[in-house]
Design a protein around this ligand. Structure first.
Ligand SMILES: C[S@@+](CC[C@H](N)C(=O)[O-])C[C@H]1O[C@@H](n2cnc3c(N)ncnc32)[C@H](O)[C@@H]1O
Length: 299
């Protein structure tokens, strides 16, 4: 009898070294991004440069507007991958800095941005922004990266982003929302993949609730300007410059940017697409969705 074809996830897991250190994001992400096609797939689920450019061009303008990026601004992306977004954002900024734990991702990012002298790339330690100067950035963002972290490391980045972002600057990030029915379905898929594995790979998707993220932001000293609760939790935060009246300052930022932050939200079409994908994954594994994609928020 012919062997059943291995799934994409099974093929990916074969590239992961057997015995990993407790917090070794670097080995995992270098191993799974071992060649260009794999790196592209991890970032955008496609191996094509055209597709990568198209998806970067779709999201980048929302980040430029929503984070108030101008040609005077220094911008930092945490987890820049192959510079899908950085390549589009750098021309709108004075300087673009991309940090990623994977040297393989950074090498491709450098190559893709070789024509952009204001784009700089750094291989980080996977836990914080060591190596990035204090007060460097006017805007910081982190898209589709903290979803792959243990809470300890997600929190370390939240804390260190405050060191690196100038007071009054804006910081956007996103994490999977466990309390959204489609976030839950995504978690159900991950549980089916890794529930019985002794070594749960560090690149797997992880999940949070809005309450957890608000608690982390509060303790780290951030002011929450906006927090969308779609299938992801999508906060925009700042820290108020010293000597400035806080509430008035935050209100002024909200008045100026809130329509741009709304544009960063995942839309009903994105939700429907994700729900269909997750339902198909579950069906492949002989499982049924535990919640309806149309259910109200959980909990
Ligand atoms: C799904 S890709 C997203 C890349 C990019 N943000 C984008 O949207 O095109 C996730 C990226 O996060 C990086 N990454 C994962 N864990 C990380 C960590 N602990 N610290 C820094 N980067 C990390 C990976 O190497 C990978 O490049």
């Amino acid at each position: 009898m012919a062997e059943p074809e291995r799934t994409e996830q099974e093929r990916l897991q074969e590239r992961i070294p057997r015995s990993l250190g407790a917090s070794d994001y670097k080995s995992v992400w270098n191993a799974i991004a071992n060649v260009r096609e794999h790196a592209f797939e991890l970032v955008d689920e496609s191996t094509s440069e055209e597709q990568l450019v198209a998806s970067g061009r779709q999201l980048a303008p929302h980040l430029v507007r929503g984070l108030g990026i101008t040609t005077n601004a220094v911008v930092l992306e945490i987890g820049c991958g192959v510079a899908r977004l950085g390549r589009e954002i750098a021309p709108h900024a004075r300087e673009f800095w991309g940090l990623d734990v994977s040297e393989n991702m950074v090498a491709i990012a450098r190559e893709r941005c070789a024509h952009l002298p204001n784009a700089h790339f750094v291989a980080g330690n996977g836990r914080d922004l060591a190596g990035i100067p204090t007060g460097l950035a006017d805007a910081v963002y982190c898209h589709a990266v903290m979803i792959h972290m243990d809470k300890e490391d997600l929190y370390s980045y939240i804390v260190d982003a405050k060191r690196v972002l100038k007071p009054g600057g804006l910081f956007y990030f996103d994490v999977w929302n466990l309390a959204h029915p489609i976030g839950w379905l995504r978690w159900q898929v991950e549980r089916a993949l890794y529930r019985t594995k002794a070594d749960r790979p560090l690149h797997r998707n992880q999940f949070s609730t809005a309450q957890e993220i608000r608690a982390m932001l509060q303790v780290a000293g951030w002011e929450v300007l906006h927090l969308a609760e779609t299938m992801m939790i999508q906060p925009v935060v700042t820290h108020v410059p010293p000597g400035v009246e806080g509430e008035a300052y935050l209100d002024a930022l909200r008045a100026r940017y809130s329509s741009c932050w709304e544009a960063l939200r995942w839309q009903p079409g994105d939700h429907a697409h994700m729900a269909a994908r997750m339902t198909a994954h579950l069906a492949e594994a002989g499982r049924r969705p535990e919640v309806s994609p149309d259910a109200p928020p959980l909990g």
